[in-house]
Write a protein that binds this ligand. Structure first.
Ligand code: ZN
Length: 107
């Protein structure tokens, strides 16, 4: 039961079955998720490469489009139910978000 043994590829043993199912893309993205504290609360922020997506998003910071393939961030409130309020931002716009001052909505 050495962990090294499992890593070795043995063509005879591996025949007909796979040891590990392929990981969904979502799992890989989850790895770069982090919690950020801002004056308006805690936010989950995920860095996305944009690669593999052909969706066009609109950045709430500058109201411009985020082109497919452009690295950007996805953020949502860290409080309960916040997952439903995910927004795609240009990385720079997210950073400058609070500079817009109070009185603006959080998007
Ligand atoms: Zn922007």
């Amino acid at each position: 039961m050495s962990p090294r043994r499992a890593r070795r590829m043995d063509p005879m043993m591996g025949k007909g079955r796979r040891t590990e199912p392929p990981r969904p893309v979502e799992d890989a993205l989850r790895g770069s998720e982090r919690l950020e504290s801002w004056p308006d609360g805690d936010w989950k922020v995920r860095q996305v490469s944009g690669a593999g997506s052909d969706k066009l998003y609109r950045c709430p910071g500058c109201d411009h489009e985020i082109r497919p393939g452009l690295p950007h961030v996805v953020s949502w409130p860290a409080w309960s139910g916040g997952e439903g309020e995910r927004r795609h931002w240009h990385t720079a716009c997210w950073r400058k978000r609070v500079d817009r001052g109070p009185g603006r909505s959080r998007y």
